[in-house]
Ligand binder design. Structure first.
Ligand code: DGY
Length: 346
């Protein structure tokens, strides 16, 4: 469950009165910014313009930490150019593929993320995509908006039931399991692939496939939930899509770069896939324009965690991590193997 937005900060930074200096790269929910202002000497981004690399570097001067989002590309070159005063990068996200973790670790920087608190919101969006894709919601909504809906027809705009279908979950982590729980209530049977099979008590009758290929072949609907890594990049491609049953559905709430756009668009345009549901894309927000022309593509703009409750919880979690770090404790959600907290810094 997400903490309530009014929950008090669990601890104050060690150096209150001489607060750590923090750069926040994007506008955050009001309650999160209020808490940050109480504990940090903080530079907020009230205008919410995405900062360029040079702007991040200029504003990082004299700061102790950065609070960044998935819209910021914190690559090796940026990390190398950060001022030496920066000791921690706290990301307002569960995914951290936008940060070069190796470069950060090599510089002794701590990096944290915000797992758990967005699991339910993201699983809800995955179900929305599954239902929206299966029931032709994109073309139905377009018919309403364009005024082209003439009358109710027994054979008009027919989708497909999700009940009785096999849902394949690629990446059975927190979000994958939350999607499985919801999908069972809709009558779907669950199949999954993970690097490691879940223990039986956590499988809850889900059928494990030891290969990615086996999962694609067994999925009427496939929902992507793995992290973006060099191993998963373009895992949804012409070869894997060709294994899916005719008329299958593919849904992605994880990361755009797990999908090869050319292959996915070709599979949908040819009718090999019945429909797709996407919340994430390569090169966001400049998505491949061909997606917009496909009537059976149910498309959302990276809304997975976009509820006020969840965004508050993500912000509080990022601040919890910063608070712990500046108090000399190990942050709960440390992603880097090593960290240089103020009390251990040379
Ligand atoms: C994350 O936290 O990684 C999500 O993509 C943001 O919604």
């Amino acid at each position: 469950m997400s903490p309530s937005p009014s929950s008090p900060p669990p601890s104050s930074p060690a150096s209150s009165g001489n607060h750590p200096r923090l750069l926040v790269t994007r506008k955050l929910p009001a309650a999160v910014e209020a808490r940050a202002l109480g504990s940090y000497d903080v530079e907020l981004n009230t205008g919410d313009a995405v900062m360029s690399r040079d702007e991040i570097l200029a504003r990082a001067a004299g700061k102790d930490g950065l609070l960044v989002t998935v819209a910021d590309r914190i690559d090796g070159a940026l990390i190398a150019a950060l001022p030496p005063s920066i000791r921690i990068i706290a990301s307002f996200s569960v995914g951290y593929d936008h940060i070069d973790i190796e470069a950060a670790a090599a510089r002794g920087l701590a990096v944290t993320n915000t797992p758990d608190v967005l699991t339910d919101a993201t699983a809800d969006i995955a179900l929305l995509l599954i239902l929206g894709a299966a029931r032709g919601a994109a073309s139905g909504m377009a018919a309403i908006r364009e005024g082209s809906w003439k009358n109710w027809a027994p054979t008009g705009m027919l989708g497909t039931d999700v009940g009785g279908k096999r849902l394949g979950i690629l990446g059975m982590g927190r979000i994958g399991r939350a999607v499985a729980k919801r999908a069972r209530a809709f009558g779907m049977s669950i199949h999954y692939h993970n690097r490691h099979r879940l223990p039986p008590d956590r499988e809850e009758d889900a059928i494990y496939h030891s290969s990615v290929e086996g999962l694609f072949a067994a999925s009427d609907i496939l929902s992507v939930h793995c992290a973006s890594t060099p191993e998963t990049r373009r895992l949804v491609n012409a070869q894997t899509l060709a294994l899916m049953p005719e008329g299958a559905i593919l849904v992605n709430t994880a990361r755009g770069d797990i999908v090869d756009d050319d292959a996915l668009i070709a599979a949908l345009a040819s009718g090999r896939l019945r429909a797709i549901g996407l919340d994430v894309y390569n090169n966001e927000p400049n998505i491949d324009p061909r997606y917009r022309t496909l009537p059976d593509a149910f498309l959302l703009p990276h809304l997975g965690s976009a509820t006020l409750e969840t965004r508050n919880a993500m912000g509080f979690r990022a601040l919890d991590n910063l608070d712990a770090f500046f108090a000399g404790r190990e942050p709960l959600d440390l992603v880097t193997p090593r960290c240089r907290s103020p009390s251990s810094a040379s």
